[in-house]
Design a protein around this ligand. Structure first.
Ligand code: G3H
Ligand code: 13P
Ligand code: ZN
Length: 322
């Protein structure tokens, strides 16, 4: 089947109490690892491309890699989505260039300006059969070249969501309830420690999610910054020459709970980076004489596949929903 929009996927996910995984893609091995997992589990899928990914790999290469995955995985619906579109021009370029979904992220702008930019993107996108994700609230962390400090970040104000959605016409809404981008989501002093001495982050603000859902019944909500930073991969990185002290993410049970509520799209990128980097570091540590990229990218691709399969089954609950 050709690339699809997320409209039908989100409706089924909302009604079925699960979420669609939105995984960031930057090269062929990442595309293959993710799509092979989704294909084997008959899971609907969103592949997303950031501004940084387009700068790194080139728009056309990424679109063609995703089109290849569509051919290789005829049993599952796949969306090609722009992640964190910074402005109208970037969204337009992706809409004109084959994407079926775009995010306009004007969340750092004042409310009225966020509405105006989002509305402009929605009008152009809808005229071209493309859906739009927007954002209200500001997540801490780094996206492309934008760094939002913990002090600048703020939760979504539920009292703003109805006006925002009705004035912009956006198709889904990313909200801030305590997730953040990157592998260092919380400082050690924001966390407590469990009996094993591991950092335990503060819980997500489910009260905000519930209030938003009450105000927007049936409307798909998106969570960014939803990597869980698996400690096995942090350990693998650190035991093989890396240095990632106190990296900590969002506990998977909390994401599963969000997926059963109104959250229909969960964004995961850092976990894939960790799996790939940990695997490659281990490979080089164990095989200092090897230099064929196929030899170290093969286990890295397999690690991504295994991780995505785990997310699909245990976190998103979207296996066998295609
Ligand atoms: O939220 C941002 C994603 O993790 C993409 O990261 O901008 O480094 O490609 P990137
Ligand atoms: P993570 O950094 O938690 O993987 O978040 C990714 C994301 O939100 C992409 O938009
Ligand atoms: Zn994001």
């Amino acid at each position: 089947m050709p690339l699809v929009t997320s409209a039908e996927m989100f409706k089924k996910a909302y009604d079925g109490g699960y979420a669609i995984g939105a995984f960031n893609v930057n090269n062929m091995e990442i595309v293959q690892g993710i799509t092979e997992a989704a294909r084997d589990l008959s899971a609907p899928l969103i592949l997303q491309v950031s501004k940084g990914a387009r700068a790194y790999a080139n728009h056309t290469y990424l679109v063609k890699l995703v089109e290849a995955a569509v051919i290789e995985c005829p049993n599952i619906p796949i969306v090609l989505h722009l992640d964190h579109g910074p402005d109208f021009e970037t969204c337009k370029s992706c809409i004109d260039g084959g994407f079926t979904s775009v995010m306009i992220d004007a969340s750092s702008k004042p409310f009225a300006e966020n509405i105006a930019i989002t509305k402009q993107v929605v009008e152009y996108a809808h005229d071209h059969g493309v859906v739009v994700e927007a954002e209200l609230g500001a997540l801490a962390g780094i996206e492309d070249d934008v760094k939002v400090s913990a002090e600048e970040s703020h939760y979504t104000h539920p009292e703003e969501v109805e006006e925002f959605v009705s004035k912009t016409g956006c198709d889904s809404l990313a909200i801030a309830i305590g997730t953040s981008h990157g592998a260092y989501k919380f400082t050690a002093d924001q966390c407590t420690r469990n009996e094993k001495g591991e950092l335990v982050p503060p819980p997500l603000r489910f009260d905000i999610l519930e209030e938003v859902s009450k105000r927007l019944p049936g409307f798909p909500i998106v969570l960014h910054g939803s990597s869980s930073v698996p400690q096995e991969y942090v350990k693998m990185v650190n035991e093989n020459g890396g240095k990632m002290p106190d990296a900590v993410g969002i506990p998977e049970e909390q994401l599963r709970k969000a997926a059963a509520l109104s959250v229909c799209k969960i964004n995961i990128d850092s976990d894939l980076r960790l799996a790939m980097t940990g695997t490659i570091r281990k490979f080089f540590n164990e095989h200092p004489d090897k230099f064929d990229p196929r030899e170290y990218l093969k286990p890295a691709r397999a690690a991504i596949k295994e991780l995505v399969a785990h997310k699909i089954v245990d976190v998103l609950g979207c296996d066998h929903k295609a």
